[in-house]
Design a binder for this molecule. Structure first.
Ligand SMILES: [Zn+2]
Length: 433
């Protein structure tokens, strides 16, 4: 996947709001009233073309098919793989504290069609053509555009174990192994077609706060390493630079007050062989975690996609706010390593989202406008004295601080953020002593 070599590139987490008529067809399919296959497939294909056009209009650089063919980012596997049975439950400890919020989030038609079944038999590929159809639809919509400017998401073995509980395999390890073997086909097909692969793994953070009694840091010790190992096995031999790993804390507008902190999780996650890591950094519970990258070194060669748009509200981020968020990351990890994204998808499950479908497109426009502002500031004349690396970028701000003056508005912002970070670090240091 392309890197931000001369400007900050933009992308998003994959799912986009399906057109209303397609949503209705999907819901019918979920309800067992299978729509006419030819009509259904033709509508998916035309919807992918619409999504590609709309993303181009919004100025997004690395685009997707919007997951038009899928019931949801993870449960699309029931459309393509065998082994699934009766519906499973979903528990999140933050929502457990607030049943009224659960009503607000799930008591709607989208919520009623959100089905997460148990695994009750062997996980095996039953429709090898499904991913090929996705590939063909996206290729057709892209026309002459390079497939490297697009990605197709796929669920990870760990997320499957998390969403579709194990009622069949003797151990979870056996489940992960079977899921990795089954999913590897899809991963390879996407990359062989020239697209980038996004691995969706909200389980990595979510496992800690979802399940009765919250598995907390136990998940970090047990589930996360096992999930990363299974994922690495499934992508063995595939080029790391074509793979992005998305993690998030659950794309629902809950209080999220039991979410595990990124700093608790980041080291085992960095064992992933994916070339890009993709984290939330816009919503009020996780925005502050850009600070984690002051303490955690982004491994050489890896890129970081940062969520700078909250997908769970109808507030449209001001492009300047988007720029500020991006510049913070650029200052810490280097601008070439940053890509701008949304916290998560705009249509995680069909017809179910936290943000109005029309507002979603305004937000994507704001994403590209904000990235353009940040790019202008990061690559502008102000930077020419100290271009290219993050270490060198820090010098003018440092010099300005020493001199007690901020040379430019941009340096002033940097000096302030460095001061804030020093203040934020102080209590942690005190604790260690
Ligand atoms: Zn997500």
């Amino acid at each position: 996947m392309k890197r931000s070599m001369d400007r900050i590139l933009t992308t998003h987490a994959g799912s986009l709001p399906r057109p209303d008529d397609l949503t209705r067809m999907m819901w019918d399919a979920i309800d067992g009233k299978a729509p006419d296959q030819a009509q259904f497939r033709a509508r998916i294909r035309s919807a992918v073309a619409e999504m590609v056009d709309k993303q181009a209009q919004a100025g997004v650089d690395i685009i997707s098919d919007g997951e038009m063919s899928k019931f949801g980012f993870s449960n699309y596997v029931v459309q393509r793989y065998s082994g699934f049975g009766k519906p499973a439950g979903f528990v999140a400890t933050d929502l457990g504290d607030f049943p009224e919020v659960v009503q607000k989030i799930f008591a709607n038609e989208g919520g009623a069609h959100l089905r997460l079944p148990n695994v009750e038999g062997p996980i095996e590929l039953k429709d090898p053509e499904a991913v090929k159809r996705d590939i063909e639809n996206l290729k057709a919509a892209l026309g002459k555009r390079d497939p490297d400017t697009a990605f197709i998401p796929a669920v990870t073995p760990g997320q499957m174990l998390f969403n579709f509980p194990n009622l069949y395999y003797k151990t979870d390890e056996e489940y992960l192994e079977a899921a990795a073997k089954a999913m590897a086909y899809e991963y390879r097909a996407i990359i062989d077609a020239g697209f980038n692969l996004q691995l969706d793994a909200p389980d990595l953070p979510m496992h800690s706060h979802s399940y009765a009694g919250s598995t907390g840091t136990k998940a970090v010790r047990e589930h996360v390493p096992a999930a990363i190992e299974a994922m690495n096995e499934a992508i063995k031999g595939l080029p790391a630079e074509k793979i992005r790993l998305h993690l998030c804390w659950g794309n629902y507008a809950g209080p999220h007050h039991h979410d595990i902190e990124l700093k608790e999780l980041i080291n085992p996650v960095l064992k992933s062989k994916a070339g890009f890591l993709y984290v939330e950094a816009a919503n009020p519970r996780h925005e502050h975690e850009w600070e984690v990258w002051r303490e955690t070194r982004l491994p050489a060669g890896k890129g970081l996609i940062v969520g700078v748009i909250d997908v769970l509200t109808n507030h449209v981020e001001h492009p300047r706010l988007v720029a500020q968020r991006l510049e913070r990351f650029a200052d810490v990890i280097g601008k070439e390593n940053v890509l701008a994204g949304t916290d998560c998808g705009f249509g995680t499950f069909v017809g179910w989202s936290g943000c109005d479908p029309k507002v979603a497109w305004l937000k994507l426009k704001s994403l590209s406008e904000g990235a353009a502002i940040a790019s202008e500031e990061l690559w502008s004349k102000k930077q020419q004295k100290s271009p290219t690396t993050s270490t060198r970028q820090k010098k003018p701000a440092k010099a300005a601080r020493r001199a007690g003056v901020a040379k430019t508005a941009h340096d002033a912002t940097r000096a302030k953020s460095a001061k804030r970070a020093r203040r934020a670090k102080a209590p942690r240091k005190a604790k260690r002593r």
